[in-house]
Design a protein around this ligand. Structure first.
Ligand SMILES: *Cc1c(COP(=O)(O)O)cnc(C)c1O
Length: 441
């Protein structure tokens, strides 16, 4: 929404969707009509506010979504890190994460384009949930492609999607996870573009998706910038956000790009950095820090791949960060030195999950916990560019992750995890989980 508020088309939206060496439109011929139609709709409705699209989007973000979300001072963390720590509370957006900003924008755009069917892909289920909510709100039929492996691992979100009236389409190809679900959704779209819009879940894919999704998510930093001015009387010295595909990241950074504000993208360091060439896996999803250039899902970007250019299996304790690619615009900003990529591993993210919950009464998503893990790393005396006033984007709440955290905490020596004796004594913890109770305190 940068453009309508700041007059005319954003110069940041290169017409060809190129961000330095990254971006572009690497799609089969069959998809080009869909891409061209969407590009035209993006420019008219989103950038030029034709037919009052942006006005309606803002109204629905407020009434249905609950915007503006608060900017909150984190009192305990401020004391702990001896600086001002402010939280942008996207976890309080309807649905419990920033994802609704994009899903609502795209489903509404589909309506303005005269489409009458919504499709989307989902991995961890969060984007599927947000899209199903937006589709129900705007009375559009909706189908969510999801790998079979993910359907089995993400049962609560599958049920949430079904509860909102959307269909879940199982994808059985490959490993049955997000990468295959995206490919399958693109295949559907190529054959149904006349009446269907594909709501992509992050700032990835062919142009105009990265620009479109960033524009919808930039409401985060536009609000935060205004709120910081009003509340603190100044801008933050730094903004910290976790990065999977990078949509909450670009959303939290966008309005600060011309300011003297340091931008930190915190990736999932998993259990260790780098690609294991022999096994063809990366025990992380730190594509900004360690990836190499290649093409995935319609765009050139930084990817986790092996020496032969094969995409490798990524890993993170947080399903929502577990993606082998990253948004092309974010990759470009990293190359230009405008965004600093940093990585936080699984253990530090879990510690941060417990620390934020205990210190501030906010249970963060595991994705979000990575951003807080970075604050702790810095406080341990490593390089510190965060400055006196730090803004952390709380991309989502952690209710969805409680089961994972219970299991993962059981396997580790964490200093800040709660002691779970009370559950164990009541017989509420299974075998493996009972171990978790022994380690607390
Ligand atoms: C999906 C998700 C992310 C990762 O997606 P981005 O596109 O990188 O923002 C981060 N946080 C939460 C809470 C999510 O649900």
């Amino acid at each position: 929404m940068t453009a309508p508020t700041e007059g005319g088309r954003s110069a940041r939206t290169e017409a060809d969707g190129k961000y330095g060496a990254y971006g572009g439109q690497y799609v089969p011929e069959a998809l080009m009509p869909a891409i061209e139609e969407l590009t035209d709709a993006y420019e008219r409705y989103v950038l030029d506010n034709e037919e009052g699209f942006i006005d309606e989007f803002r109204r629905r973000l407020a009434d249905f979504g609950g915007r503006p979300t608060p900017l909150q001072r984190a009192d305990q963390l401020s004391a702990r890190y001896d600086r001002e720590v402010y939280l942008k509370r996207e976890d309080l957006l309807h649905g419990g994460a920033h994802k609704l900003n994009n899903a609502l924008g795209q489903v509404l755009l589909a309506q303005y384009m005269g489409k009458d069917r919504i499709i989307a892909e989902t991995g961890a289920g969060q984007h599927g949930t947000a899209t199903a909510m937006a589709a129900a709100h705007l009375d559009m039929p909706c189908e969510i492609y999801m790998g079979e492996t993910d359907i089995a691992r993400q049962r609560p979100n599958v049920f949430r999607i079904r509860t909102n009236g959307a269909e879940v389409v199982p994808v059985t190809t490959g490993r049955g996870t997000l990468k295959e679900a995206i490919s399958e959704t693109m295949r559907d779209w190529a054959g149904t573009v006349e009446n269907t819009h594909y709501v992509i879940g992050s700032i990835v894919g062919p142009h105009p998706f990265p620009a479109l999704v960033r524009t919808f998510q930039s409401v985060i930093s536009e609000e935060a910038r205004r709120q910081a001015r009003d509340r603190i009387g100044r801008l933050p010295d730094s903004v910290v956000a976790c990065a999977g595909g990078g949509s909450n990241t670009m959303g939290a950074f966008d309005a600060f790009r011309d300011d003297d504000v340091a931008l930190y993208a915190v990736e999932a360091g998993g259990s260790s950095l780098g690609v294991d060439q022999d096994r063809g896996v990366a025990p992380n999803s730190a594509s900004l820090s360690t990836g190499t250039e290649g093409v995935l899902h319609g765009a050139r970007t930084k990817l986790l791949q092996d020496g032969d250019g094969q995409i490798v299996e990524s890993h993170s304790v947080s399903a929502g960060l577990d993606y082998a690619g990253v948004g092309p615009e974010l990759a470009h900003l990293v190359d230009r030195g405008q965004v600093e990529p940093v990585a936080v591993d699984d253990d530090d993210a879990l510690e941060a999950f417990h620390r934020l919950s205990q210190a501030e009464g906010i249970i963060p998503a595991l994705e979000t916990a990575h951003a807080f893990g970075y604050l702790e790393t810095v406080s341990e005396g490593q390089a510190d560019g965060l400055g006196e006033v730090v803004l952390v984007n709380v991309s989502g709440r952690g209710d969805k992750d409680l089961e994972t955290v219970l299991e993962e905490t059981a396997d580790r020596e964490l200093s800040v995890a709660p002691n779970m004796d009370v559950l164990r004594r009541a017989g509420g913890l299974g075998g493996g989980q009972a171990d978790a109770a022994d380690q607390g305190e």
